[in-house]
Design a protein around this ligand. Structure first.
Ligand code: SPV
Ligand code: MG
Length: 542
């Protein structure tokens, strides 16, 4: 892909317009319901083709307008709700004449569907790959549908693509060009030139003769063997991969059904299909659990201890206030952290203060003082908040920022002690800039299906970054059982005379020697504030 300038669009309408109008070759991937739309988005595509064929087929119907346009609209609503991507919908013929196109366009705009493609055939249509010489609409009549659509859009960036069926219907190149010209003049934002040949010959001839009068969209379902670069060189704007998610789903479903039917057992199939947990993940159960913590009485069970006793060494910035109170774009670092915690439903928040403690004030927190902060370490600060360590407890450094989903992941991860560990940080940050490096029983695998728990073996700033499997970001969750173990370990350190000097890596390594300490791997989206560069990064982060 080349790297021509790309203006960040602010709405889905603008995003689709940008994809289609930008000189870069764009790709729209087929989806036919909310789930497949999510899969298209997580894969990295920048836009969705809501295919008439596959939406119909997924409803068990033929691609012959058997589903009413409002039934299609309902499916589109699920798709739009499931993703942030722009959707270009296959609007078939527009479901009638100009009047039907007007109403369709208004309703699509209302539901956030960024564009429609209408084809110059007659209602009820059938799929272009069925039969020969399907009748075409009169040019003037179809231009009326285009004008009506453009006049009815309620978002300026809504895209109307006019689809030329002349080549497929056997009317030849001149007729295809004549129609495309008329549709462009009627106000179409782009032309979809369709072909059912198994080579791209007529598409490339059309593109040459069209001379880029407006963007061209193609659907290489039949001429799939042509290398994509050929289309790029030909100046095509957008390629639609039209039906491959449904087709692959059908292959997979047939294979699975057949196996289970023949074996009368699930054992051959289990392990080859995604786990039920992955379904929960795809449909966003984590968000619901966070919302339950926030909105359902009695759900906000976790409490938090924030370790914010150190002064920090950031020159003028930390002359009158400790590091946790420095300003990050209008809010203190601590306020931002507290916002993240309360966003996840954690209301009971204790902040351990030390250096310049009077500057550490914030609504909605309790404070605990470590008045010996100058000669003690993090573990002593944690021990000062010992009474708070009861029931499910989050422990977090007061100088870190992380995206909300990271806390959500730590709260949901099974395990009595769960640590958020950045798997990329040892390599991503320069040696010597890490705080708490981690060795675990397994490195981060990135495998979507791999949910075997990973256990902490040891943590220390001294682990060489080449051998470290991650950096602890300073965020841990203890279940009620884990909190009990934590209190016992603090008591042991005290008995051994180590509580004043120990740091959290030592405490966690000792816990890991006795109990399972689980690693929740993340990849970036957090930072700690140790230097002025970190402060600048934090100001960009929020
Ligand atoms: C669809 O996906 O429904 C299309 C593209 O219209 S095609 O099937 O190639 O006609
Ligand atoms: Mg179609």
């Amino acid at each position: 892909m080349n790297s021509l300038p790309f203006t960040a669009p602010c709405t889905r309408f603008a995003a689709l317009r940008n994809e289609i109008l930008s000189p870069r070759l764009s790709f729209l991937m087929e989806a036919h319901n909310g789930l497949s739309a999510k899969i298209v988005e997580e894969t990295g595509f920048r836009g969705i083709w809501a295919s008439g064929l596959t939406i119909s087929a997924s409803l068990g119907l033929r691609d012959s307008n058997e589903a009413s346009w409002t039934q299609v609209l309902d499916v589109l609503e699920y798709m739009a709700d499931s993703t942030t991507l722009p959707i270009l919908v296959d609007g078939d013929t527009g479901y009638g004449n100009f009047n039907n196109v007007r109403r369709l366009t208004r309703k699509l705009c209302e539901r956030g569907i960024a564009g429609v493609c209408i084809e110059d055939k007659l209602f009820p249509k059938t799929n272009s790959f069925i039969g020969e010489r399907q009748p075409l609409a009169e040019i003037d009549e179809f231009c009326g549908r285009i004008k009506a659509g453009k006049d009815s859009q309620t978002n300026d960036d809504f895209v109307l693509v006019a689809r030329v069926e002349a080549l497929i219907s056997g009317h030849g190149m001149d007729e295809a060009l004549r129609r495309a010209e008329a549709y462009h003049a009627a106000g179409a934002d782009a032309i979809l030139i369709h072909s059912k040949l198994s080579n791209a010959g007529e598409i490339l001839t059309f593109a040459r003769q069209w001379r880029n009068r407006c963007p061209l969209v193609i659907v290489p379902t039949m001429y799939y063997a042509t290398p994509t670069d050929v289309f790029r060189q030909a100046g095509i704007s957008t390629i639609i991969w039209a039906n491959h998610n449904l087709r692959s789903a059908i292959s997979a479903m047939r294979e699975t059904s057949r196996r289970i039917f023949e074996d009368e057992s699930l054992s051959e199939v289990e392990g080859r299909v995604i786990g039920v947990k992955d379904i929960f993940h795809l449909v966003g159960n984590a968000e619901l659990e966070n919302a339950e913590r926030r909105y359902l009485p009695g759900k906000a069970t976790a409490r938090a201890v924030v370790l914010a006793a150190s002064a920090g060494n950031l020159g003028e910035l930390t002359r009158h206030r400790p590091k946790c109170m420095i300003d990050i774009r209008g809010q203190s670092l601590l306020q931002r952290l507290v916002n993240t915690l309360s966003g996840a439903g954690i209301r009971d928040i204790a902040v351990v203060r030390g250096a310049m403690k009077d500057a550490v004030t914030l609504k909605g927190i309790q404070t605990v003082d470590n008045d010996r902060h100058a000669e003690t370490g993090e573990v002593f600060s944690l021990a000062c908040a010992g009474d708070m360590i009861d029931g499910e407890t989050v422990v977090v450094y007061g100088d870190v920022l992380f995206r909300d989903y990271i806390l959500g992941g730590v709260l949901e991860s099974p395990g009595d002690i769960v640590l958020a560990v950045d798997a990329l940080s040892p390599q991503a940050k320069p040696a010597g800039t890490h705080r708490d490096l981690v060795v675990a029983d397994r490195p981060f695998s990135g495998d979507y299906l791999d949910d075997t728990p990973v256990r902490l073996i040891s943590m220390s700033a001294q682990i060489p970054s080449e051998t470290a499997m991650g950096e602890w970001i300073g965020l841990a969750r203890f279940s009620p059982q884990g909190a009990e173990w934590l209190r016992q370990e603090l008591a042991l350190l005290k008995a051994e005379g180590l509580v004043e000097t120990a740091d959290l890596p030592l405490l966690l390594t000792r816990l890991a020697a006795r109990y399972p300490v689980t690693i929740h791997y993340i990849t970036a989206h957090w930072l700690d504030v140790d230097t002025l560069t970190d402060v600048a990064d934090a100001r960009n982060f929020t």
